[in-house]
Design a protein around this ligand. Structure first.
Ligand code: PHE
Length: 342
């Protein structure tokens, strides 16, 4: 009969095995799974503890108790250390996975792209008008007949509607939904939604049934201006156009107004600007807001008066950069677009 293995040695063996197991754990999930077998009620250490009662010699039992306590402590400590180790590693890995690089890279030789010519022009126009005290508004590109025509003093079958070659959107009531032919419908929306006085500009895309050529595109951009206040006169309109011309093009540019016709302004005018070389560029239309239009916008013409203007942005960008053919701005040829840095 072999003598039983001394208790203290059994403890040492269990500790040894436990520490080896712990050393082999690689994640907090593994630590959690292994914990009951290492320090739980059914662990080898607990079993040793319950068998301690069989030691008859009290001295021996006392030292066995101390050894068991020390064993328990060291296994607990190793397990705890392993757990926090794994958690730290896992947290670091998670942070690494979730990190977002918010530094801006300016690597020389790398192309960062540019704003399109028309976007540059729109932003400059906005800056100039904001400087003159205007606010920026926007409206939908798909418009109702009401906003695009009717509210602008063009009832159904008004001949002036043919001034705009309209693209219609299929709808339940044919002809009632259009791609806006100008930015003027936004005037009505602004009047309906903003309490006067109003000093607003409204840039955006507009659409016309036009065959593309050197000076026309079926999709282009306009900027609308609307001023509504008390006692606004034609002089204010002319003064604003002139102030804008100088602010946008430079002090050596001037503007002029020529009589014209629009159903939504009365009187109406066309405005041109004079280049430094003395030649004139036609820029857009303008006039005093028609009383019917004020009423459609929910304003009393006895109390409020105002002026409006609208012009093409693409045309302006074309003039400013001496682009020969407006179609070139939309063929997305990078060799063309790269010439115009923002
Ligand atoms: N909406 C007109 C056009 O597209 C321009 C305009 C705007 C004229 C405002 C007068 C007042 O031609």
């Amino acid at each position: 009969m072999t003598s039983p293995v001394p208790f203290v040695e059994q403890i040492a063996a269990v500790v040894d095995a436990s520490l080896k197991t712990i050393a082999g754990l690689t994640s907090s999930e593994e630590v959690a799974q292994a914990t009951p077998a290492l320090v739980g009620k059914k662990s080898a250490l607990s079993q040793l503890k319950s068998s301690m009662g069989s030691i008859t010699d009290s001295e021996e039992r006392k030292s066995a108790g101390q050894a068991l306590h020390a064993a328990q402590t060291s296994v607990d400590a190793a397990l705890g250390a392993k757990k926090s180790d794994c958690e730290a590693t896992e947290m670091a890995a998670q942070l690494l996975r979730e990190q977002i690089d918010i530094t801006e890279h300016l690597v020389s030789g790398t192309s960062r792209g540019r704003l399109h010519l028309v976007t540059q022009a729109t932003q400059r126009l906005e800056d100039v008008f904001i400087g003159l005290g205007f606010q920026v508004a926007e409206g939908p590109e798909v418009e109702s007949d009401f906003y695009n025509f009717e509210a602008l003093n063009m009832p159904k079958s008004h001949p002036a509607r043919s001034m705009w070659d309209t693209l219609f959107v299929e709808s339940e009531e044919p002809g009632s939904v259009v791609l806006r032919t100008h930015t003027s419908p936004v005037q009505i929306r602004v009047m309906q939604n903003w309490p006067p006085p109003i000093y607003a500009i409204m840039p955006g895309r507009v659409f016309r049934r036009d065959t593309p050529d050197a000076t026309h595109m079926p999709v282009f951009h306009q900027i609308e201006g609307l001023v509504i206040d008390r006692n606004i006169t034609f002089k204010d309109l002319a003064g604003t156009i002139e102030a804008f011309t100088k602010a946008f093009f430079g002090d050596d540019f001037t503007s002029r107004l020529r009589p014209s016709y629009f159903p939504f302004t009365e009187p109406s005018a066309e405005f041109d600007i004079r280049r430094a070389n003395g030649s004139w560029i036609e820029l857009g239309g303008c006039g005093m807001v028609h009383p019917d239009v004020l009423r459609a916008g929910g304003l009393d013409p006895e109390e409020w008066s105002g002026f409006a203007f609208g012009f093409g942005i693409d045309r302006m960008a074309k003039e400013r950069h001496n682009v020969e053919d407006i179609r070139e701005m939309y063929t997305n040829d990078l060799r063309f677009l790269r010439q115009f840095s923002s």
